[in-house]
Design a protein. Structure first.
Length: 379
């Protein structure tokens, strides 16, 4: 058996104990103090073999950057391991969703997305140290505190650290119960549409009114028509509101729109179409806000090369790794858009991210951790 794999198999219970400690340290994005407690837990765990720095996250918790001390003499170039410390789960979720081990899985808020991935990376580094496997590159771990809410305060730091890296390894969970790696992610955009109409009494003065609700209904038809499944473009009008009373012609209506696009040029074209929406009732006015939040992670030759390297290393472990495309964004979108080869989905294998069945497969802990270790040594 692969020596790293057998080393890590023997440490399964230690890895599980760290995952448990991490899950039980809740860290919702909007609770900076809680996220900082989690950042403290990670810092303390890696402190014996890393130099640790924190960066202010504004209204969010601190971002964490750790440089790992690894075997091998002179370091040439850098590899960035990327993750996030925040979760979507509010404080107190543990009461209804406690950490537990059952049915061959570990369960709990944030276990899949993405606390296990962080634990895997830490044990991968420890294995490389304990087995004295040389690593040619400087290895940084960066954990952002605001990934689940758009990465507004961490984006610049991510881009700075990625810009000087040979590769970025994203510790987000794999896809599905086979743990496919992610070689492409769609761009994510969030838009708002406000329709300004003209209010009037629906009984006395109906024709004097210009209904923002009717106009919005027509615009939704136009916007929904921008979806193009063939090109991987989806436009979802997810939230609408408008009007005040049934006997008032509505003066205002609002919509929130989520956009996912595979290619940057499609994102630009779609943005143009949204900005150019025209009223059907000329008495109404349209106001479009928002924009692209994350660029697409396009499947570049550098990404394919990195994936093939992972596939080869996986075969040495008896694991057949596949690749996947996802509509969900991550901080890997930013690093890939800089042209830095980025391989995503290297974290846990499981299901139920952001859902009550969030869980990871216990018998995939050792091979995923080994894969990360082997990639760090091979890149
Ligand atoms: Zn995540």
């Amino acid at each position: 058996m692969d020596p790293i794999l057998s080393h890590l198999r023997a440490r399964q219970s230690e890895i599980v104990a760290l995952i448990r400690a991490m899950v039980e340290c809740e860290s919702p994005s909007d609770d900076a103090a809680a996220v900082n407690r989690f950042v403290g837990l990670v810092s303390d765990t890696v402190a014996p073999f890393a130099s640790v720095k924190t960066f202010p996250g504004g209204r969010f918790g601190q971002h964490l950057v750790c440089e790992m001390a690894l075997p091998g003499s002179k370091k040439n170039g850098r590899v960035l391991a990327l993750g996030h410390s925040d979760t979507v789960w509010p404080m107190g979720t543990l009461r209804s969703m406690p950490f537990r081990e059952a049915e061959g899985r570990l369960w709990g808020p944030g276990v899949l997305d993405m606390k296990s991935g962080i634990a895997f990376f830490i044990f991968a580094v420890r294995a490389l140290r304990e087995l004295e496997i040389p690593v040619a590159k400087q290895v940084l771990l960066q954990l952002n505190s605001d990934e689940e809410v758009g990465s507004e305060s961490s984006r610049a730091l991510t881009e700075k650290n990625a810009g000087r890296s040979k590769a970025v390894l994203v510790l987000e969970p794999g896809t599905g119960l086979t743990g496919k790696l992610k070689t492409a992610r769609k761009a994510v955009g969030r838009y708002g549409l406000v329709v300004h109409g003209k209010a009037s009494h629906s009984g006395v003065d109906f024709e004097a009114g210009a209904s923002a609700v009717i106009e919005m209904a027509r615009q939704i038809g136009v916007i929904a028509g921008l979806t193009n499944m063939k090109r991987g473009t989806t436009v979802n009008v997810g939230v609408i509101s408008g009007g005040t009373r049934s006997n008032v012609v509505a003066a205002e209506a609002r919509a929130e729109i989520d956009v996912r696009v595979l290619r940057q040029k499609d994102a630009v074209a779609l943005e143009k179409k949204l900005r150019k929406l025209r009223t059907i009732d000329r008495r109404c006015k349209l106001e479009v806000t928002g924009g692209l939040n994350r660029p697409p992670m396009e499947r570049s030759p550098g990404i394919v090369h990195l994936f093939q390297m992972a596939q080869k290393l996986g075969r040495e472990l008896g694991v057949q790794l596949e690749e996947s495309l996802t509509g969900g964004g991550s901080d890997g979108n930013f690093t890939a858009a800089l042209g830095v080869p980025t391989l995503d989905g290297l974290g846990a294998v499981g299901e139920g991210a952001h859902a009550v069945n969030e869980s990871i497969l216990a018998d995939r802990i050792a091979d995923r951790t080994t894969l990360i270790a082997k990639l760090l040594a091979a890149v």
